[in-house]
Design a protein around this ligand. Structure first.
Ligand code: ADP
Ligand code: MG
Length: 252
């Protein structure tokens, strides 16, 4: 039983490392199918917030809810492990550095988690991998190893791998910022396609044009707080806060 009304709810998230307060009472709701961009200077807490959503970085206090279930529940160890594994299966995450398994080919990178965690057969997992790789335009590289792929291709495989778990929510943490400029677009196109398919996504990015073109809302974070948020046309063209304006002056 829950009083949750929003698909994702972050309630009074606080995170400290010793004396350093990295997240200072952040509350945020995301509706099903919404695409939210988080922008802000380096060190403002964007990655910490994203990683708190699947409890990779445990909050000091506050709650994370996904689709009516509290993610960061306090439970006895064994129960917590079971609970968090179930939650993490529903949350796909793509990082800056494509962490594909180098010793596995593309197919096995994509099928590993579904086989292991969902107990599906090899044949089913292979079909799933083919579907997801086709979706990101990487089917023809299914037998390649990560070392044989470009950065953009690796990142597309990383997205297919996350999608193979059929997540409810996708989190992207600067998914294109380690890529050579000419490889950014192919990854952005995949993210745009997901957006059009109504995937719920939270995207940390410093690509303002991309954020403006795909996101429903933009949050500007600085020093552990959400300074302001709104639709992209508001935040990018006419922000209320000086801090936002100053950040955008340097980054637009
Ligand atoms: P962003 O993603 O916006 O660049 P981060 O969330 O990575 O910011 O970091 C926010 C702040 O938290 C930074 O000051 C960073 O140095 C600090 N921080 C992050 N992880 C740790 C950690 N494990 N221990 C101590 N400080 C950390
Ligand atoms: Mg970061």
């Amino acid at each position: 039983m829950t009083d949750t009304q929003h698909f994702v709810e972050i309630r009074h998230a606080q995170k400290a490392y010793g004396d350093l307060e990295v997240l200072k009472d952040i509350s945020l709701n995301v509706e099903r199918g919404q695409i939210v961009a988080i922008i802000g200077p380096s060190g403002s807490g964007k990655s910490t917030l994203l990683r708190a959503i699947n409890d990779l970085d445990a909050l000091t206090s506050g709650e994370i809810w996904l689709d009516g279930v509290q993610v960061n529940k306090t439970l006895p160890h064994r129960q917590y492990e079971k609970h968090i594994n179930q939650m993490r299966q529903q949350i796909g995450m793509v990082f800056q550095h494509f962490n594909l398994f180098p010793h596995l080919n593309v197919r096995d990178n994509v099928t590993m988690a579904p086989k292991l965690l969902k107990g599906i057969s090899k044949a089913e997992a292979d079909t799933l991998a083919e579907e997801q790789l086709a979706h990101v335009g990487m089917l023809e590289r299914i037998d390649f190893y990560p070392s044989q792929l470009s950065g953009g291709q690796k990142q597309r495989v990383a997205i297919a791998r996350a999608l193979a778990m059929k997540p409810k929510l996708m989190l992207f943490d600067e998914a294109t910022s380690a890529l050579d400029p000419e490889l950014v677009e192919e990854v952005n196109l995949v993210m745009k396609k997901l957006a059009e398919e109504d995937m719920t996504m939270i995207i940390v990015t410093h690509e303002m044009d991309f954020a403006a073109s795909v996101c429903d809302r933009v949050l500007f974070m600085d020093q552990g707080v959400v300074v302001e948020e709104g639709p992209p046309e508001k935040i990018f063209r006419n922000p209320d806060k000086d801090r936002t304006r100053e950040f955008l002056r340097k980054h637009l």
